[in-house]
Structure formats: structure tokens, C-alpha cells
Design a protein around this ligand. Structure first.
Ligand code: ACM
Length: 663
């Protein structure tokens, strides 16, 4: 691949393919630095890249479209053959991933690839209700989705905290429900077309009957309690729920869906349906009387009644209904797609009952778990209890980027690169499960996503420099290298003052969920201990690492003196320094094979217990391995009486429980 590069095309031709190829060539030459010719090759056989496409893909991508392709790169040519345009686009992404280099320049390795997705539904949910994300944020994330072959953007457009689309029929929805942060209808049409250009469907979600505060600020008559309502600024589950007993509610929804349906041409429509707490329904005597009259035993039955009426409306607008797994109740119409979030059980229950189903339990990227944890979740694991017919109803899965703790500056780093691991799980065979190899490839893909304008790597520096307020930031960098945001829903407990209007500019916002520095520290400590009784493997590098932690703590004091925004992380810097000293001590005892003095082990564990207490919504994922290092150092004498393997197992067992101070 050099300046003599030529392209040939044969078969079906259309604008979407030509622009896809244009984007491909820009990215390719961006990597090689060569000016690539756009002129067609004289004959396809001599072209560097030959793209042959049999037929068009539907203009509006749909579930189950053919995305397969074949790559043959032999004899100085990469030949890409696909049945459809979207298949060719998927293949071009693979070609970019295959590009390799050596002393002689860039090349494609000689390979033959026959590729097609394992699952038809491979999605990413972006919640713009809690925090709005401007058009360019969605665009660049669509580019990244295409790069990892995801094919559904699940656009979560309304929440208690915000209503994000322009409605001309009901203008108070966006006027009073959005703080002025919403997409115009033109912008929505643009995003849908931007996605379709890349073979990505857009499934809108307008969550109901709960999660509707932003609707009822402007239209309180839709709610089941009188109001008035104001936009919610906090996080949680709130009471506002549509009144399912009034015909006017359905007329409103019908008119609204009629307005939105042409903007979102996908055949599927997500109604939400989650976390309706039923409080307004229980407190409203008219609603209670309605339930008694219609024999509706409880809130679930009333919600199913609501869903049935909703389904009729959606059908009339040519849409198929999809909702979160709470809607799986007796009487749910067959054609509904069940979206499992509370556990994989929802998925298997739905498939067994004859519903199509999509998995998100295990793919909640907002919970800040590692890529490895998500990678291990399979919509159809080898031990699945489903029959082949039931398994065929499992359409795929979706990563969910819920919006409580993300803004335009940080959302990329919450989605990427971890979502690439989920994308692979949904595309590749079940047997592809090597975690180390996944991380090796993930690091590479992560860098390549930057070519598309993604900010998941670069914005860390932006946020750290801002926090450092013009001071040299190296002590902060050292700390940022080894901390991760607290997992699960614990950030709210750590930062109770935060609202939807609060700043997402803290250290916790700068660092990712799956810190390579923390992973490297854990791996280095494990390798050193596995090297018993020599303890030589990687010792020098660990010594440097622990020394850097110790020095960073000292440097941090000076930095924080002039950067007051860093005050909240000063205790973490102190923990880091103390852990550095503990680590250096432990390395010394192990290397010299001398038992530590009395009291050292308890004091060191005390340091680690303190470091294990989350602060500023951050934690040190390497603490468990540091415990092993400390216990190992405390047990040097035992090595004379045990085999290294038994000693290692004993160290691991000693370090495991109890983890005081966690959580
Ligand atoms: C959800 O996370 N409430 C679907």
C-alpha cells in the first residue's frame, strides 16, 4: 500500500458505496501518509484494491440485512467481495484493521476471510435524556460503531431530566422539557441518514408510562397526578407516570408518534416501559376505580393494558413495539420485542414464551466494569437452556450508555474502547474468548478510533490539564494512571451534591473504567509473585513504578497548592504515595529473602485498607494484588517449607478476605 495504490470497482454501484470508499481512502492515506490516487485502475486484476458488490442494500437498513463479505489478499491485491453494499462497508473496516507495516512500508497480510455476523442486532444505546449530546457527538459515535460493525443506534430520547426532540405538534415538549437542548427535526433526519449511510439502524426510544417528567412539565394533563411539574435534576426513579385511563392520553401519544414515525423510518419502536413505580396510579382514586371496573388486578396489569393500546397505535404507524423486560407480563402481545436489562433471565424467559429478545444485562457500560467482564457475557452461552427455535429469537444485544454521568467531553471515554469488546462478542463466534488477546487487539482498535475524531483517549489530557490549572501535571498523571471510577451505581453516593447541571470535570471524569495502568500493575505483581522463589521477573520495572508513586505523592502537594479543584483527590495521592512505599518495602523483603520486622505487615495492610476506601468516586483496582505482595513478603520464611506453587496459593488465599473498608 503506497502512492501507486489503485482501486477498482465492479458490480453494483451507488452513492453510498462511493462515499464509503471515499471515507476509507481518507483514513487509509491518513495512516500511510501517501497521497492515494482516486483514479480507477485500468483493469481490476491489477488494482491494489478490488471491490466487487453484487447488489444494493435496502436504503433504510433493516433487521437481518446481509452484512457478509469476503476478503482475499494474495498476489499484491486485496479483493473484497460482498453480496450487498453494507457487506462491502463492513469489509472495508476489516481492511483498515488489517493494514500492517514493516521496514519496507505498509501492506496487507495474505489472508482469506469469510465473515458474517453471529447476531443480527448489535446495538449501542445512547441516553441523551439525562445529559444532552450534540449532533457531532452522535456522528462520531456512529463512525466508531461502523468501525466495530455495530448496526443499531438505540436513541434514548426522553427522560425525567430532558425531552430531546423538537415537536411541532406539541411544542411545549421541547420548549419546556429540554433547557433548550434538543435536536431539531432536520437534525434528527440528518442523523438517521448519517447512520443509514454506514449501515446502522436508528431505533428511537420514548420511555413511557414512567420516566416522563419532561413531558408533563408542558403537558401536566398527561400525568396521573395534578402537578405542576418541573424538570428533574437528580438521579433515580421518579413518580410521574402517564394516565393510562384517559382516552386523551392515547390521542396525544398517537399524534406524537404520527409526527415522529416518518423521522425514524426503522420498523422497530422502543416504548421503554421500565421502572414505573406505580405510586401515582395507586394514589389516584379515578385510576383505582378504572382498574376495578376493568378487572385489572395490579399496576402490572394496568401497564399491560396501556401497552396493548400503545401497540395498536404503533401498528397503525407501521411500527413493531419493543420495551424493557418489565413489560413481559401475561397478555403482552406476541410481536413485542423484549429488551432484557435486569438479568439474562428476562431474555431466556421471553424467548421461551415466543418473544424476540435483545440482551443488555451484562452490557451496562455506565456501571464502569471492565471490558473483560462484558466480553464474558454471551447472549447465547454454550450452556444455554434454549432450544434452537427459541435461540433463534435471541436477536442480539446492546451496550447501554446511560447518561447520568456523561457529557459531550466524556461520553466517548465511557463508550470506547470497551464497547468494541461487546461488538466483537455480538459479531464473532462464541468460541473467540481469549481475554489477553482481546485486550491486545482492543488497545490497537482504541487508537484507530481516534482517526475518526473520537475523544476517548485525548480528552483525558484535556481534563487533567484543566484540573492542574496551568501547573506541571505529572503527579496527577501518575495518579490518573492507576485509578478507576467506582463501579456500579456508587458514584451518586460519593458525589451526592451532583445534579444534571453539575460539572463533569473531576478526576473521575478524566479516567476510564478499565485502566491499562492498573491492569499492568496487577499483571506485574502477579508475574513477580509467580516467579517465586527468585522474585526477579519484572522487579526493576515494579521498583520504578512504586518509586514513581512515592514521588508523585510528594509532587502532588505542590501541585494541589495552586490547583484547588484537586483538593478532593489529595487523599488519593496520599494513598498512592503510601502504597508506593509499601510496595518498595515488600520488594526489598522478597528480594533479600528476609522476613519483615514485627508490625510491618499489619501497618502495610492498614495502608491498603485505607487505599481500598473509595474517595472522590475513585478507587485503586490494584489493591487486591498489593495485598498479595504484602502477604507474600510477610511469608518469605514459609518458602523454605513449601513448594513455590503451594506458597503462591497460600499467599493468594491469605490476601483474599477480608476486604475491610470496601464499598
Ligand atoms: C433501565 O436501565 N431502567 C432500562
Amino acid at each position: 500500500v503506497d502512492a501507486s495504490f489503485t482501486v477498482a470497482r465492479s458490480g453494483h454501484d451507488e452513492a453510498r458505496l462511493r462515499s464509503g470508499l471515499g471515507r476509507f481512502l481518507r483514513r487509509l492515506q491518513g495512516r500511510t501518509g501517501d497521497v492515494l490516487t482516486r483514479s480507477p485502475a485500468a483493469d481490476p486484476g491489477s488494482a491494489t484494491l478490488w471491490v466487487d458488490v453484487a447488489a444494493a442494500s435496502p436504503a433504510i437498513p433493516g433487521l437481518g440485512d446481509d452484512e457478509s463479505y469476503r476478503i482475499d489478499s494474495t498476489g499484491g491485491q486485496l479483493r473484497l467481495t460482498a453480496g450487498t453494499v453494507v457487506g462491502a462497508l463492513r469489509g472495508l473496516e476489516t481492511a483498515l484493521q488489517l493494514l500492517s507495516g514493516d521496514r519496507q512500508g505498509f501492506f496487507w497480510p495474505a489472508v482469506t476471510i469469510d465473515d458474517r455476523p453471529r447476531f443480527r442486532w448489535r446495538g449501542l444505546l445512547i441516553d441523551v435524556g439525562r445529559h444532552f449530546e450534540p449532533v457531532e457527538v452522535i456522528e462520531r459515535n456512529l463512525d466508531a460503531m461502523a468501525a466495530v460493525k455495530l448496526n443499531v443506534l438505540h436513541f434514548h430520547l426522553s427522560e425525567d431530566q430532558g425531552f430531546r426532540v423538537e415537536s411541532r405538534k406539541f411544542p411545549r415538549l421541547h420548549e419546556l422539557g429540554s433547557d433548550g437542548q434538543y435536536y431539531t427535526q432536520d437534525e434528527l433526519r440528518h442523523l438517521v441518514s448519517y447512520a443509514a449511510e454506514r449501515g446502522i439502524r436508528v431505533v428511537p426510544e420514548f420511555d413511557m408510562p414512567g420516566h416522563v417528567t419532561s413531558w408533563v412539565v408542558g403537558y401536566p394533563e398527561l400525568a396521573s397526578a395534578p402537578g405542576p411539574y418541573t424538570l428533574i435534576r437528580r438521579w433515580g426513579v421518579f413518580d410521574a407516570a402517564f394516565d393510562p385511563t384517559r382516552d386523551e392520553t392515547y390521542k396525544f401519544i398517537d399524534t406524537f408518534i404520527g409526527e415522529m414515525a416518518p423521522i425514524f423510518p426503522d420498523a422497530y419502536w422502543h416504548i421503554g416501559g421500565d421502572e414505573n413505580n406505580g405510586k401515582q396510579w395507586a394514589a389516584n382514586p379515578k385510576i383505582q376505580a378504572f382498574m376495578a371496573k376493568h378487572g385489572l388486578a395490579d399496576a402490572h396489569a394496568l401497564q399491560t393494558y396501556f401497552n396493548q393500546r400503545l401497540l395498536t397505535i404503533l401498528r397503525r404507524h407501521g411500527k413493531r413495539m419493543m420495551g424493557w423486560d418489565e413489560i413481559l407480563q401475561p397478555g403482552l402481545p406476541d410481536e413485542t420485542v423484549v429488551h432484557s436489562w435486569r438479568g439474562a433471565k428476562g431474555l431466556t424467559d421471553a424467548a421461551k414464551l415466543g418473544y424476540d429478545a435483545v440482551l443488555s444485562a451484562g452490557y451496562y457500560i455506565d456501571l464502569m466494569n471492565t471490558a473483560a467482564a462484558h466480553y464474558a457475557v454471551d447472549p447465547l452461552p454454550a450452556d444455554s437452556s434454549l432450544t434452537d427455535e427459541q435461540a433463534a429469537r435471541v436477536l442480539g444485544g446492546e451496550a447501554t450508555m446511560w447518561g447520568e454521568w456523561v457529557g459531550p467531553e466524556t461520553i466517548d471515554s465511557r463508550i470506547w474502547p470497551r464497547t468494541a469488546a461487546i461488538a466483537e462478542r455480538l459479531w464473532s463466534p462464541r468460541e473467540v474468548t481469549d481475554v489477553d488477546d482481546m485486550y491486545r487487539r482492543l488497545a490497537r482498535v482504541s487508537g484507530e478510533l481516534e482517526d475518526l475524531g473520537l475523544t476517548h483517549l485525548r480528552n483525558r489530557g484535556v481534563l487533567l490539564r484543566r484540573l492542574a490549572a496551568g501547573q506541571p501535571a505529572w503527579p496527577l498523571e501518575a495518579l490518573a494512571d492507576v485509578v478507576e471510577p467506582v463501579k456500579g451505581y456508587r458514584r451518586g453516593g460519593q458525589q451526592p451534591e451532583m445534579t444534571s447541571l453539575g460539572p463533569l470535570t473531576h478526576l473521575v471524569d478524566a479516567v476510564g473504567a478499565d485502566s491499562p495502568g492498573a491492569r499492568a500493575t496487577r499483571a506485574a505483581i502477579a508475574a513477580l509473585l509467580d516467579d517465586a522463589p527468585r522474585f526477579a521477573l519484572g522487579r526493576d520495572a515494579l521498583t520504578d513504578r512504586f518509586s514513581a508513586w512515592r514521588d508523585a505523592a510528594a509532587g502532588f502537594d505542590r501541585l494541589a497548592a495552586r490547583a484547588p479543584a484537586l483538593r478532593e483527590v489529595a487523599p488519593l495521592a496520599a494513598d498512592l504515595g503510601a502504597m508506593g512505599v509499601v510496595g518498595l518495602d515488600a520488594l526489598g523483603f522478597l528480594a533479600e529473602d528476609v522476613p519483615p520486622p514485627d508490625g510491618w505487615r499489619d501497618a502495610a495492610i492498614g495502608v491498603l485498607d485505607e487505599a481500598a476506601r473509595p474517595k472522590a468516586a475513585l478507587e485503586f483496582p490494584a489493591v487486591p494484588l498489593l495485598r498479595e505482595l504484602v502477604e507474600g513478603a510477610a511469608m518469605t520464611a514459609d518458602l523454605r517449607a513449601m513448594t513455590p506453587a503451594d506458597w503462591r496459593a497460600a499467599v493468594r488465599a491469605k490476601a483474599a478476605p477480608p476486604r475491610r473498608g470496601r464499598g
